[in-house]
Design a protein around this ligand. Structure first.
Ligand SMILES: [Fe+2]
Length: 244
């Protein structure tokens, strides 16, 4: 039948309601490359709520050089955000953890029990987009020995890792978190292909927005129209719900 709607404007059939929790986002104000002030935070959070998200775990970057966040800077930004949400009568649960960068300081943070975690001691970390860091398996094993549950952020975005290496990391006990918008092609063809391959091979443990700004919000919405995302939201053993 002829439709008056352009495809991108057609009403959405799906929401993220079934996963409930978005566990990777940069919505805390002013402490990394995500929301720069409480007003921007609220705009992004409202977009997530419109798409069915019930709880948000904010995960600011923790790096040795660019974003030197600590439990204190993150805790303060969370307080500022919560005050703004209350002021605007927006009712959503927001928690904070971190996205730790696997740089030369990461192993020390692990050994000093300094990771900021979510749920039952899940610790989110990311690699360089350029080259594979050394000692990955050793550090993952050390994290597990200390009681952390490691989660690798956006495994589909590291061009130097193939599907077998990712499967191997997962077999070592590292959960994999897909950026949902990778499936739209937001980060390019290669990341999209790897994202699809991870879904097809049932290697995805968590999905999330990795929300920094409004372009991500739009892609997060567009993703809801994809058959791959529909599959993830319906019959896929995702663990997001364990963080509620
Ligand atoms: Fe991120």
């Amino acid at each position: 039948m002829f439709s008056f709607f352009k495809k991108k404007d057609a009403p959405l059939k799906n929401t993220y309601g079934s996963i409930m929790v978005d566990m990777h986002s940069h919505v805390l104000p002013g402490i990394d490359d995500g929301a720069q002030n409480p007003e921007e935070s609220v705009i992004l959070i409202k977009k997530m709520m419109e798409l069915g998200i019930k709880k948000i775990v904010a995960t600011p970057h923790v790096m040795a050089d660019y974003y030197k966040n600590t439990a204190e800077t993150i805790g303060n930004a969370l307080k500022i955000l919560k005050t703004e949400l209350e002021k605007q009568n927006i009712d959503i649960e927001v928690e904070a953890a971190a996205e730790h960068y696997f740089d030369e300081t990461f192993e020390t943070r692990v050994n000093n029990h300094k990771l900021m975690t979510m749920g039952d001691n899940y610790a989110l970390f990311e690699f360089s987009f350029i080259s594979q860091p050394p000692n990955v398996i050793e550090v993952i094993q050390r994290m597990k020995d200390l009681g952390y549950k490691p989660i690798l952020a956006h495994p589909e975005r590291y061009p130097y890792l193939d599907i077998e290496q990712l499967r191997n990391l997962r077999d070592w006990g590292c959960a994999l978190q897909l950026n949902t918008i990778s499936l739209t092609g937001y980060y390019g063809k290669d990341a999209k292909k790897m994202a699809e391959s991870l879904v097809d091979n049932e290697l995805v443990d968590f999905i999330s927005s990795d929300m920094h700004h409004l372009r991500h919000a739009q892609a997060f919405k567009n993703a809801l129209r994809l058959p791959y995302v529909e599959r993830l939201l319906k019959d896929y053993p995702l663990k997001n719900i364990m963080l509620k």
